[in-house]
Ligand binder design. Structure first.
Ligand code: ATP
Length: 368
């Protein structure tokens, strides 16, 4: 039942009320998501939250039990994968080892019986996209992991899909290469204007590349927003714990914008729905918003403790402070000009209430 709309721009993805069961388990639960044409959208969440299943339903490898999926305005539920204007890049690049790079890239065109001359031209163009034309005659085994992944990307782009689905394509690469590839992927995507739907469980990766991030939990989207907004205003403790680092102080909601914790009544601002007084709540404070002072010298909200460890993270210094709880309280201060801190120092961690977010306690573990 393909319902077509003529004015929908190419490359948009509309997922409406999609549910997918595997036996008794609900992998995707009434998920709705509208992906804009030309957008770089990441599906982010822990293992098992339904990211891959969602991607496989867009690709056509899995079929929803309920709901609809539209590509460029047209329902694709009745279409097999090869009839959808999408292509997929997987973590395992799945290059054919006995074929050259050029033959691997040309594979999709061969299947479609494109002429040899056009194949040559388009393979050159697709290899240029990933700056690997000079490797056209090599075999995949003669390439590094990063180069193999770029070939897989070039192979997926040769048919100029309006939507490219990427399932943790960088997960197998080492950290430095992964960061280079993140930049490269983002540049390629904006140059081509192709819609990218990118699955990852790596929040740094999602933050660095995406126009918007959909944070998933148990088959649903918990928050959909631009990276900066998710970072600054997470909608729940779950999202706050998943993006960046947090100190969570568990307690009880007081009337107004405050929560009663082991560190006293802390003021902050509610993220998500405000809890009733007496309900369980958490105060969340990011390590980079905490200041460190010698014990007894600082006023205002804070916690006292003893320095457990100091780690140098390049531009920042991370200080773990024992505040008498199960987990250390984390503080991040810019390394240049940082005060000298040593293990055993008695300190006070302080913050500005404007940097504190209060959330309903949704079961995230205590970290301070
Ligand atoms: P990961 O990052 O580990 O790939 P994910 O967020 O992509 O996780 P999915 O792979 O979509 O999650 O899986 C969602 C849920 O559905 C999980 O509980 C998983 O065990 C289950 N599931 C996925 N595929 C199948 C399958 N073919 N048969 C049965 N259960 C499945």
């Amino acid at each position: 039942s393909a319902q077509s709309t003529t004015d929908a721009p190419t490359g948009g993805v509309e997922i409406s009320g999609v549910t997918k069961y595997y036996g008794d388990a609900t992998a995707v639960d009434r998920l709705s998501l509208s992906i804009r044409p030309g957008e770089f959208l990441s599906l982010l969440g822990p293992s098992g939250c339904g990211k891959t299943t969602t991607l496989r339903m867009i690709a056509g490898f899995e079929h929803p039990d309920a709901g609809d999926i539209r590509l460029s305005g047209r329902s694709v539920l009745g279409l097999p994968p090869h009839k959808r204007e999408v292509n997929t890049v997987f973590q395992a690049y799945a290059l054919f080892p006995h074929m050259t790079v050029a033959e691997n890239v040309a594979y999709g065109l061969q299947q479609r019986k494109v002429s040899k001359a056009e194949q040559r031209e388009r393979v050159a163009e697709a290899l240029d996209m990933v700056q690997l034309r000079r490797f056209a005659d090599r075999k995949p085994t003669q390439l590094s992991g990063g180069q193999q992944q770029r070939i897989a990307l070039s192979r997926a782009l040769i048919n100029r899909p309006s939507v490219l689905l990427l399932d943790e394509p960088l997960a197998a690469l080492d950290r430095q290469l992964r960061e280079e590839m993140q930049l490269e992927l983002k540049l390629l995507q904006s140059r081509l204007g192709t819609t990218f739907v990118f699955v990852t469980h790596d929040q740094a990766e999602a933050l660095s590349m995406s126009d918007r991030i959909a944070v998933m939990r148990a088959g649903r989207i918990e928050q959909l927003a631009a990276p900066a907004d998710i970072y600054a205003e997470p909608a729940s403790a779950y999202v706050a714990s998943f993006i960046g680092q947090q100190n969570f102080l568990h307690g009880t909601a007081l009337g107004g914008d405050a929560v009663d914790t082991f560190a006293g009544a802390l003021r902050g601002r509610w993220g998500g729905e405000q809890g009733l007084p007496g309900s369980t709540a958490v105060a969340a404070i990011r390590p980079e918003f905490v200041r460190l002072a010698p014990a007894g010298t600082a006023e205002g909200p804070g916690v006292d403790g003893t320095v457990l460890g100091v780690s140098h993270l390049g531009e920042t210094l991370q200080v773990a402070v024992d505040v008498g709880r199960e987990q250390a309280f984390l503080v991040r201060i810019p390394a240049p000009g940082a005060p000298s801190v040593a293990v055993g120092d008695a300190v006070r961690c302080t913050w500005d209430p404007a940097d504190v977010r209060i959330f309903a306690d949704d079961g995230i573990p205590e970290t301070a």
